[in-house]
Ligand binder design. Structure first.
Ligand SMILES: Cc1cc2nc3c(=O)[nH]c(=O)nc-3n(C[C@H](O)[C@H](O)[C@H](O)COP(=O)(O)O)c2cc1C
Length: 356
């Protein structure tokens, strides 16, 4: 029986265990120009010190006009490669697989970082500030696909083992998946998964076969049944793994099937998807102690268990779980959720962690 410490072969890469540090933006560590800072490198060194099997670098923007915040990391030009390669090296140092999440914010693009006429989404839609964001043209979508491909090439050049295409949390690809936003009448509206499929196919075609191409998928929209269909569609398009989270809507779908009520409904979303695909599945949300992550694997609910806030508070889960030492727990205060300011995490402060 597999457990948290079991290895896993993904393509030709041997992953040492089933724990994942998922993408976590740290806007406060950046300077606003998209370049990696010393603090970013220090932070990834620290987060990789616990030897999680996979470390996925935070949402890194493929286009200067698609940034969630001005101080988001960038991958839209070759000039970002040297800095990103230092992060890849830091992650590889302890043997973790190094992936990077590639992202376009679409309607959520920060208006201080892009002119309003350059911001677009699936179809004309009023954003949270009451501003109507226009529909993307087909030419603009072709450019988005090209930007995802170029970002993947740069990730490879920087030494990453693969990319995670962001198709969750209400960003551009997931805006196309959303029946609420995507009311287009062209092929991208008739087939709401089309943008995601085209991105996956283009990236796969342009990268070596050993380069990992995963996707974070918001699988709750329009409902669980629809999420399962999207997952199967993207598996067919060639994605190498799925990392299941929520979409533009953050609501539990009405047809949700809770497989194990000790876990959040979002983690359960992952457990449901796992039953319908043949590629590896990462589940996430509320898995805040190593015992829970171990149970996910032992019960075969998913292939990998990810913890963001848990590992942020203590990346040494694996060694402490082995020795029985107490981990420094997340206080569930949600200070880190308001990550635009990158306010210090009270749990880290309490434990005397000074690393960014
Ligand atoms: C500070 C912070 C930053 C995050 N940044 C990202 C991100 O860059 N990309 C992403 O897909 N999810 C991001 N997330 C979501 C996490 O990856 C994860 O899905 C979420 O925190 C739930 O997992 P948890 O309960 O283990 O914290 C972020 C979460 C937090 C708290």
């Amino acid at each position: 029986m597999a457990d948290l410490f079991s290895s896993f072969k993904l393509k030709n890469k041997e992953i040492h265990n089933r724990l994942v540090y998922p993408p976590v933006v740290r806007f406060g560590l950046s300077k606003g120009d998209g370049f990696v800072t010393e603090e970013n490198i220090e932070s990834y060194k620290y987060m990789s010190s616990g030897e999680a099997g996979i470390v996925i670098v935070e949402a890194t923007c493929i286009s200067q006009n698609g940034r969630l915040r001005k101080n988001q990391l960038g991958i839209w030009g070759d000039e970002f490669i040297p800095g990103l390669s230092k992060i890849a090296d830091a992650i590889h140092e302890k043997g973790s697989l190094a992936l990077i999440q590639i992202h376009h914010a679409g309607i959520k693009t920060d208006k201080n970082s892009a002119a309003i006429e350059n911001i677009f989404t699936a179809s004309s839609f009023e954003d949270k500030d009451g501003v109507v964001i226009r529909e993307a043209s087909e030419a603009e979508l072709e450019k988005v696909i090209e930007d995802f491909v170029n970002a993947s090439k740069r990730a490879k050049a920087a030494g990453f083992d693969g990319v995670e295409i962001h198709g969750a949390h209400g960003y551009l690809i997931s805006q196309f998946l959303s029946h609420n936003i995507n009311k287009r009448e062209d092929e991208y509206g008739k087939d709401k998964a089309l943008l995601g499929k085209k991105v996956i196919k283009a990236v796969k075609e342009n990268m070596d076969s050993d380069f990992i191409v995963g996707m974070r998928l918001g699988a709750n929209e329009p409902d669980l049944k629809g999420g399962i269909e999207y997952a199967k569609t993207f598996e067919k398009a060639g994605v190498d793994y799925l990392h299941i989270s929520s979409n533009f809507s953050t609501k539990e779908p009405e047809d949700m099937e809770i497989i194990d009520d000790e876990f959040s409904w979002i983690a359960n979303l992952g457990f449901n998807i796992k039953k319908h695909v043949n590629i590896p599945v990462i589940c996430v949300f509320g898995i805040d102690k190593p015992e829970m992550a171990d149970e996910v694997i032992k019960k075969g609910y998913a292939d990998f268990a990810a913890s963001a806030k848990g590992l942020l508070c203590d990346p040494m889960w694996l060694s402490k779980y082995k020795t029985g030492d107490k981990i420094n727990p997340c206080l569930k205060c949600r200070v880190c959720s308001f990550y635009s300011e990158d306010k210090p995490c009270p749990a880290r402060k309490k434990a005397g962690i000074v690393t960014p």
